[in-house]
Design a protein. Structure first.
Lengths: 258, 294
């Protein structure tokens, strides 16, 4: 984390589906160069919030400002052009297309073929699977491999902000660790990362900032460590039971794998 | 029944089937990308046939040369229909509503065609429509061979476009998952509009061949759309390869049944094959079993 500039800010964001509001006035800022992790119980609005960033969902009220530019009302394509890329929760590779085709599509907005080749080469070096399984259909990869290819695809646009929606979903403990290492690496390469994660403890450990979302509003913000150490947070995750301080099952699984 | 007749029906079926495959490819492309069942595809074919008829009769333009006018015209008609009526369809009822809307479009076009051309049957004429060439002891009208060649060229062009171009990648991505396509920067709305235009444009070529091989009026669209829908359902909704294989196979089997058991059975066989295949493979020959995420 190199500076404390407000890179992305949410100001009174209200959004939802149909008649109901899932987000009920969200306010917080994401600092440039860091990893910001949003945690919260199921239904708190984490994924909905990310959809408002990528333009998949337009807020009813409020503003989302990225480097001085209003994102509300913009299409996903316009938002991508600003350098904001989202990897969605569900696997999003085009299963019938090859790994290379999928990764190349990450640079769909880049017209210069030479530039696309250069980026492809760089991504291959970072993610060897892009080279070794280049001609295989994406649908033939395992869940973890697909996630890595999705990361590779999102880097093809050389984004400034990478938005990851529950990247650990469906991954086995070993792959989970590799995935978090990759998130860290992306950040070290200079990408600002905004992350939503159910596997909260593990994600907060690598995050510079933590945001706790509850019932569509920000309940707590702070450094990743502050949020991690907050005694109320465990309770929030475990439904307010006496297990508040116990470890999440995913963490136990990771330790086992280690 | 003799060997020559069977051979003739097979060749005939493959040649005619390729034209049906072309028209069905347009229909399945529209469904695959847009989740829209375009029941107006039949009347678009007839509109294409009438446009060829008008250019040929009134301006003396050759049927194949006329395609340079009718294909772009129907492309524009498709874009106008998509922009005017289909972009408004949203939500879970989109598929069902698309049937109603395109049926309404179909009725309007049918009414206009009846007004302009009357309901009398017409046919397209050119020197190659009535002349034949002897192949394997059987006579084949030139129009069948030319229609086959045209279908092959157009389908090849379509496949090259889909698999070798940037726009083709965006179409295939949109076919697979519209949300993911939007997240890599594909303008799914624009892709949908162009695909609808392309899907309708191919009916200009199909309509010309149909009009040159059958007497037709506006009501001929009902028989056409039922066949085209059977072909894309059998091939697997949204599957381009499925439309190609099912188009050629169905028409060939229909022709063969007509020769072996008699014409009464040929129409029935078309739908009987559909029932049998769907009872074994509900998703069609090349369709995917997974539920499409809208």
């Amino acid at each position: 984390m190199s500076s404390s500039t407000a890179f992305l800010s949410f100001e009174g964001v209200v959004a939802g589906y149909g008649g109901g509001d899932v987000l009920k006035g969200v306010n917080f800022t994401v600092q440039e160069g860091g990893v910001t992790c949003i945690v919260g119980p199921n239904g708190s609005g984490k994924s909905t919030l990310l959809k408002t960033v990528s333009g998949l969902l337009h807020p009813r009220l409020g503003q989302i400002i990225f480097k001085g530019t209003q994102l509300v009302g913009k299409s996903p394509r316009e938002i991508l052009k600003l350098g904001v890329v989202q990897v969605p929760q569900q696997h999003s590779l085009f299963r019938e297309m090859t790994v290379e085709e999928n990764v190349s599509l990450g640079a769909f907005l880049v017209r210069d073929r030479g530039e696309v080749s250069r980026r492809l080469k760089s991504v291959r070096e970072m993610f060897p699977i892009v080279a070794t399984r280049a001609k295989d259909k994406a649908g033939s990869l395992s869940g973890g491999q697909q996630r890595l290819v999705e990361f590779a695809r999102c880097l093809m646009l050389e984004p400034e902000l990478v938005v990851l929606d529950e990247p650990s979903m469906g991954l086995d403990p070993k792959t989970l660790r590799a995935m978090f290492d990759t998130v860290k690496l992306m950040n070290e390469m200079g990408r600002t990362v905004l992350l939503v994660e159910q596997n909260a403890r593990q994600a907060l450990k690598l995050s510079h900032h933590g945001v706790v979302l509850e019932n569509g509003q920000v309940r707590l913000t702070g450094t990743g460590k502050d949020v991690l150490d907050n005694p109320e947070i465990g309770a929030l995750y475990l439904g307010g039971t006496i297990q508040a301080q116990s470890q999440a099952p995913e963490d136990a699984a990771i330790k086992e794998a280690e | 029944m003799n060997g020559t007749a069977v051979l003739h029906s097979i060749i005939d079926g493959v040649l005619t089937g390729s034209v049906y495959a072309l028209m069905a490819t347009g229909l399945t492309l529209i469904f695959g990308v847009m989740n829209i069942i375009n029941v107006a595809q039949g009347i678009f074919v007839i509109l294409g046939a009438y446009l060829s008829y008008a250019l040929s009769v009134h301006l003396g333009i050759d049927l194949f040369v006329g395609l340079a006018i009718t294909i772009p015209t129907l492309f524009v008609v498709g874009i106008v229909v998509e922009r005017a009526f289909l972009t408004r369809l949203k939500g879970p009822e989109r598929v069902v509503m698309s049937i109603l809307v395109t049926y309404a479009v179909s009725l309007v076009i049918e009414g206009v065609l009846n007004l302009v051309f009357s309901s009398n049957y017409v046919e397209l004429h050119a020197w190659y429509v009535n002349r034949s060439v002897k192949v394997f002891g059987t006579y084949l009208p030139y129009i069948y061979l030319l229609g086959f060649a045209m279908a092959v060229v157009m389908l090849t062009a379509l496949y090259v476009m889909l698999y070798r171009t940037r726009f083709g990648s965006s179409v295939r991505a949109s076919l697979a998952d519209q949300t993911s396509a939007a997240l890599v920067g594909i303008n799914v709305k624009r892709v949908s509009t162009i695909c609808f235009g392309l899907g309708v444009a191919v009916t200009a070529a199909g309509g010309m061949i149909y009009g040159a091989t059958n007497a037709f009026n506006a009501a001929s669209s009902y028989d056409l759309i039922s066949r085209l829908l059977v072909i894309i359902v059998l091939g697997g909704m949204g599957s381009l390869g499925g439309a190609l294989v099912a188009g050629i196979t169905m028409v060939t089997i229909e022709d063969l049944v007509g020769v072996v058991w008699g014409p009464v059975w040929s129409n029935l066989s078309f739908f009987l094959i559909l029932v049998v295949v769907l009872s074994l493979r509900p998703q069609g020959l090349f369709g995917k079993q997974s539920v499409r995420v809208a």
